[in-house]
Design a binder for this molecule. Structure first.
Ligand code: MLT
Length: 407
């Protein structure tokens, strides 16, 4: 008889955002007249910009003609897109990343879940606490996390790096040496950022210890402050210790379109093997590439017009972020994030637990957010709101929360 991968049975509960969706569905069913405003999952709401739509139409038409039809995409992605990424996301920032170090995919979520496959199962993984749950869950599924301690809400083989308010929600280098370190800046869920000097310390640490950093840069387009690095490759020596993940979801609204990329530099060598060759092997065996039409849409993001449009899109969401930030401050909340990131991280009032605050806000303001404890034990007592709603809904949600605070 077949045996299941019993690592899956170690996963506590269901995936955070599925859990939230179920709770909203239950509440909506019982209260069909209530207008719920969703500022929970970081899903975008604004339409794709016109350059992207034009590129999609044009490439769809190409698929209708045998002369311009495209079948399987090249393993790493189309050159037109990899060249545009190398030029715009790296060369323009002084980072020496070559197009053949870029692997195009259908999004950063899959890549950040899959990248662990190229590492041995006995590696020690370090994650921030709170953390985007996919980094932990994918390592649990692979058998790298050990056993789950329900009381503490922690896996015993994972090194958790608490992100505390007194350190601006940035992690500190762990005492216990970790092999695989997941970092995400601007951070999901706290919205925290770190300076280039601070990031350099992680790079130096990884090069000294031989660890590898998985750097999730999905939110880099939201950075407004000078001096905050957009890529880990802005740091000296990062090419020998870091893999970087990017998404088109948050900067260009591709959550329903799906496109991302991962950078694995050739200089990143462990056990005498280029990690690039392992990821290339995995990519070509398990993946057939993001669709041609979507890669053309991605290319359009880098056109002059596309860049102008996505800057406007980001400004739209950042206007929401500052409305939430300021509104919650006025309502007496302790808040952070929302300056270089589309997430606002707030302390729950009166010591309420994160899930109690979720229910309180849902029932009394009909506003959905994400409980901080869903991202890890150090998220307990915190709550995340996203800036990805429409402006009108964001204003309405904040006004409802303010009215509640004044009751
Ligand atoms: C989030 O809400 O944390 C993100 O939307 C999740 C994701 O990007 O997969």
């Amino acid at each position: 008889m077949v045996k299941i991968n019993d690592n899956y049975t170690k996963l506590p509960g269901s995936y955070l955002f599925s859990d939230i969706a179920k709770r909203i569905a239950r509440y909506s069913e019982a209260n069909p007249d209530k207008k719920i405003i969703r500022l929970g999952i970081g899903d975008v709401t604004q339409p794709l910009s016109s350059s992207i739509i034009d590129a999609l139409h044009k490439s769809v038409d190409e698929m209708a003609d045998a002369d311009t039809f495209h079948g399987y995409a090249p393993d790493l992605g189309y050159e037109f897109l990899r060249n545009a990424i190398a030029e715009n996301d790296y060369k323009s920032r002084g980072c020496d990343i070559r197009p053949d170090e870029i692997f195009v995919s259908d999004g950063a979520k899959c890549d950040c879940a899959n990248i662990q496959e190229i590492f041995a199962t006995d590696n020690v993984v370090a994650v921030c606490d709170p953390v985007y749950p996919v980094y932990v869950d994918s390592n649990v599924m692979a058998g790298r996390a050990g056993d789950y301690d329900e009381e503490q809400g922690l896996f015993d083989r994972i090194v958790y790096m608490p992100c505390l308010e007194e350190h601006g929600f940035a992690p500190e280098i762990p005492e216990k040496t970790a092999d695989l370190i997941y970092l995400c800046f601007p951070n999901n869920p706290t919205g925290a950022v770190i300076t280039k000097d601070e990031l350099q310390k992680w790079v130096d640490y990884a090069n000294e210890t031989g660890s590898v950093i998985i750097y999730d840069a999905a939110y880099e387009a939201y950075i407004q402050t000078e001096g905050i690095p957009h890529s880990i490759y802005e740091c000296e020596g990062a090419k020998t210790c870091a893999i970087e993940l990017h998404s088109f979801s948050k900067n260009a609204g591709f959550t329903g379109v799906r496109l991302g990329y991962t950078v694995v530099p050739h200089e990143l060598v462990r056990d005498g093997i280029e990690l690039h060759s392992l990821w290339a092997r995995r990519h070509s065996t398990k993946y057939n590439g993001a669709p041609y039409i979507i890669q053309r849409a991605g290319e359009a993001v880098y056109s002059t017009e596309g860049q102008k449009e996505i800057k406007e899109l980001i400004a739209y969401y950042m206007r929401n972020a500052s409305y939430i930030l300021e509104g919650l401050k006025e309502a007496g909340y302790s808040v952070s994030g929302g300056v270089d990131a589309p997430y606002i991280w707030l302390k729950t009032p009166e010591g309420m637990s994160s899930w109690d605050f979720f229910d309180y806000l849902l029932e009394n303001a009909n506003v959905v957010g994400t409980p901080g404890s869903g991202f890890g034990p150090h998220g307990e007592g915190y709550f995340r709101l996203t800036a990805f709603g429409s402006y009108e809904n964001t204003v309405e949600a904040v006004d409802r929360i303010k009215r509640l605070a004044n009751k």
